[in-house]
Design a protein around this ligand. Structure first.
Ligand code: NAD
Length: 283
């Protein structure tokens, strides 16, 4: 059986369509949701991501600001910029594009974003709330993954789920969301001994390692739902995920493509979080 494709771009369009009514209601009340993206330096991939998010804001009717700081900017200058955005009423959401240049302390910068504007959900207040099952803002990629599973009608409760990757922005929060929905979750990482033996148990397999071709045929249970988060630039310039899509799709139940799977959903969830932040600002 060939897997059905989870078309993240199309599903994201549905998310935007549903957000439209909420944005219109805010505008009737004189509020235009606003997202500020802070980008330090000239990393080409980061620039592409920030541009994509700004474009999505425009298309969804949000106000968007991009704050470009040069690669040598000081910790203090960056912290000052965040403080100004925390106090700017036009801005409901603030994101700092990662990675930051090495001389900057990303952890303390992320903690300085006001929790009610932390629409990436990377601050400890938001991550802690997620651990305690009272999420305020959940990071966009894990939210997008859950929305893809729901769109496909995949039963999460009682499922055996395996997450490959233990990062704070993808692997760990995804595992927490799956646990909260009643899945039995195993988290694998670079020290996991027999990766294929673990992944082959999964009804739901989420892969976020950043290693092209990591998940091959034979490591996936027939009929499993495979969510490929990885984004890897290959030598020929093409983008690829972490999963050997061509082979794995022959036996999986559902599979996400790269590009066009998790990526568009991540952006859509960020926009949704920003609309939520604007709604909360009125209360
Ligand atoms: P990261 O580098 O912070 O974490 C990678 C994780 O993979 C680590 O926990 C590591 O232990 C694990 N890992 C590495 N090699 C492994 C191996 N051989 N076997 C098992 N586990 C292994 O990365 P991240 O920020 O979580 O991102 C992961 C990937 O997802 C990257 O390709 C990134 O570009 C992509 N990403 C995509 C989106 C999206 O919207 N589609 C969003 C965020 C990240």
């Amino acid at each position: 059986m060939t897997a059905r494709i989870l078309d993240g771009a199309a599903i994201a369009r549905g998310v935007y369509a549903r957000l439209g009514a909420r944005v219109a209601e805010l505008q009737d009340a004189g509020v235009r949701p606003g997202l500020a993206a802070v980008l330090v330096g000239n990393d080409p991939a980061s620039k592409v991501y920030v541009r994509r998010k700004a474009r999505a804001c425009g298309e969804a009717g949000l106000h968007s600001e991009v704050h470009l700081l040069d690669a040598g900017c000081t910790q203090e200058a960056l912290a000052d910029r965040i403080a100004a955005l925390n106090n700017n009423p036009r801005v409901h959401g603030i994101i700092v594009q990662l990675p930051l240049p090495r001389h900057l302390d990303a952890v303390s910068i992320l903690q300085s974003i006001a929790p009610e504007k932390d629409v990436d959900g990377f601050g400890w207040r938001n991550l802690g709330a997620l651990v305690d099952n009272h999420p305020l803002f959940v990071p966009g990629t894990p939210l997008g993954i859950m929305a893809l599973l729901d769109h496909a009608g995949v039963a999460v409760e009682g499922a055996t789920a395996v997450v490959v990757g233990r990062s704070t922005i993808v692997g760990k929060p995804t595992a927490l969301l799956l646990i909260a929905r009643g899945a039995t979750v195993t988290v694998c990482h670079s020290r996991t001994r027999d990766l294929g033996q673990v992944t082959a148990q999964a009804d739901i397999l989420v892969v976020a390692a950043g290693k092209p071709g990591l998940i091959r045929d034979g490591m996936v249970r027939p009929g499993a739902t495979v969510i490929d988060v990885g984004i890897n630039r290959l030598a020929d310039g093409k983008l690829a995920g972490d999963v050997d899509f061509a082979r794995v799709k022959e036996n999986a139940g559902w599979i996400t493509p790269v590009p066009g799977g998790v990526g568009p959903m991540t952006v859509a969830m960020l926009i949704a979080n920003t609309v939520t932040a604007a709604e909360r600002s009125r209360r």
